[in-house]
Design a binder for this molecule. Structure first.
Ligand code: ATP
Ligand code: MG
Length: 303
C-alpha cells in the first residue's frame, strides 16, 4: 500500500497564447510522489515550473497531459481542496479587512460555525504572532505581516496537506525561524507540507525530501540528508584543542596515512548570530556588543 498523498505521473503543462500557439512548456513529463507526513521542497530557478505545478495540484490550472492524484482524488475534483491549505506566491487577501475579519471570511467559506471560527482565528493569530495587529487593516501590514496572515488563512480549515509557495519570502530572520518552526509543528501534527523556496538554507532546515526542477524538468529527487552527505570526509567535534593535543592527533592521523587534516573552530551561521543579537538586545536595551563578546557567547551551531 502506498502512503502517497500526492501522485504525479507524466505531468506536462504548455501555456498557449491567445491564438492557441505554444508559448512556454512550463512543466515537462514530471513524475513524483509526496508521502504522508513529510515536508517536501520544490526547488528550481525562476520560471522552472514550481508555481505552475502547485496550481495544477489545486485544480486552478489544467494540465496539458498527465495524471495527478491528491488525497486519493483527482486534481480536478475541487472537493479535495477542503483538506488542503494554500499559501500563494502573491497575496490575494482583501486589503480593507483586518486579521480577524479575514479569517472569519475564510472560515465562512469552509462552512465553519461561528464558535469554531472564533476559536480557530484566536489560535492561528496567536500562532503566527499577529496578536497586536489583529485589528489593523491588511493594507497597513508589512510584507512579513502579510505573509503571516496568509499562512493563518491557509490553515483555517485545519488542512491535511499544506502547499506553501515561498513561505519565507519577505520575512526577517526571526520571522523566518518562526515560519520554519511552524512548518515543523505542522509536520509534528502529522500534516504533509509541500513548499517552494529560493532560500536554500530554509529548505535544508525543514525539508525531508526535495525535487529540483530546471525548465520544467525534474533534475534531482531525494532525501536532503542523503543528497548533502559528504561520504568521503569525516568530521569530528570536540571542545577547543590545545596545540599539543593537535600535534598528537596529527601524529595518529599520519600513522593512518592521513595528511593535511584541518583543525578549525566551527562557525555559527549568520542566522544564529542574528537571532542571538536580537535576543540579547531585548534583554539589555541600549547596549552594543563587541565581536569578541558575540564570539564568546556563541556556542556555534546547535551545540
Ligand atoms: N499565465 C501564464 N501564461 C504564460 N506563461 C506562463 C504563465 N504562468 C507562468 N508562465 C511561464 O511558465 C514558466 C514557469 O513559471 P512558474 O511561475 O511556474 O515558475 P516558478 O518556478 O514558480 O518561478 P519563480 O521561482 O519565479 O516563482 C515560466 O516560463 C513562465 O513564464
Ligand atoms: Mg513561483
Amino acid at each position: 500500500m502506498s502512503n502517497a498523498v500526492i501522485e504525479i505521473r507524466n505531468l506536462s503543462k504548455i501555456y498557449r497564447d491567445f491564438w492557441g500557439r505554444k508559448k512556454v512548456q512550463a512543466v515537462k513529463s514530471l513524475s513524483m510522489d509526496v508521502q504522508k507526513g513529510e515536508v517536501f521542497g520544490l526547488l528550481g530557478p525562476n520560471g522552472s515550473g514550481k508555481t505552475t505545478t502547485m496550481k495544477m495540484l489545486l485544480g486552478l490550472l489544467f494540465p496539458t497531459s498527465g495524471e495527478m492524484t491528491i488525497l486519493g482524488k483527482s486534481a480536478s475534483d475541487v472537493s479535495k481542496n477542503e483538506k488542503i491549505g494554500y499559501l500563494p506566491e502573491e497575496s490575494y487577501l482583501y486589503r480593507f479587512l483586518n486579521a480577524d475579519e479575514t479569517l472569519d471570511f475564510y472560515g465562512r467559506l469552509f462552512n465553519m460555525s461561528a464558535a469554531d471560527r472564533i476559536r480557530r482565528s484566536d489560535e492561528l493569530i496567536e500562532m503566527v504572532g499577529l496578536g497586536k495587529a489583529r485589528r489593523r487593516q491588511l493594507k497597513e501590514y508589512s510584507k512579513g505581516m502579510t505573509r503571516r496572515i496568509g499562512l493563518a488563512q491557509a490553515l483555517i480549515n485545519d488542512p491535511e496537506l499544506v502547499l506553501l509557495d515561498e513561505p519565507t519570502s519577505g520575512l526577517d530572520p526571526l520571522g523566518t525561524r518562526e515560519m520554519k518552526d511552524l512548518i515543523l509543528r505542522l509536520k509534528a501534527q502529522g500534516k504533509t507540507v509541500v513548499m517552494c523556496s529560493h532560500q536554500l538554507a530554509d529548505v535544508q532546515d525543514v525539508c525531508d525530501r526535495i525535487a529540483v526542477l530546471f525548465q520544467g524538468e525534474l533534475k534531482v529527487l531525494g532525501r536532503v540528508d542523503e543528497l548533502l552527505e559528504m561520504r568521503n570526509e569525516t568530521q569530528m567535534r570536540t571542545s577547543s584543542l590545545s596545540k599539543e593535543a593537535e600535534e598528537d592527533i596529527r601524529k595518529v592521523l599520519e600513522k593512518h596515512n592521513i595528511k593535511n587534516a584541518q583543525f578549525t573552530s566551527p562557525r555559527a551561521d549568520l542566522e544564529e548570530l542574528f537571532l542571538r543579537t536580537v535576543r540579547e538586545s531585548g534583554e539589555r536595551p541600549g547596549r552594543r556588543f563587541s565581536a569578541e563578546e558575540i564570539a564568546a557567547s556563541g556556542k556555534g551551531g546547535n551545540a
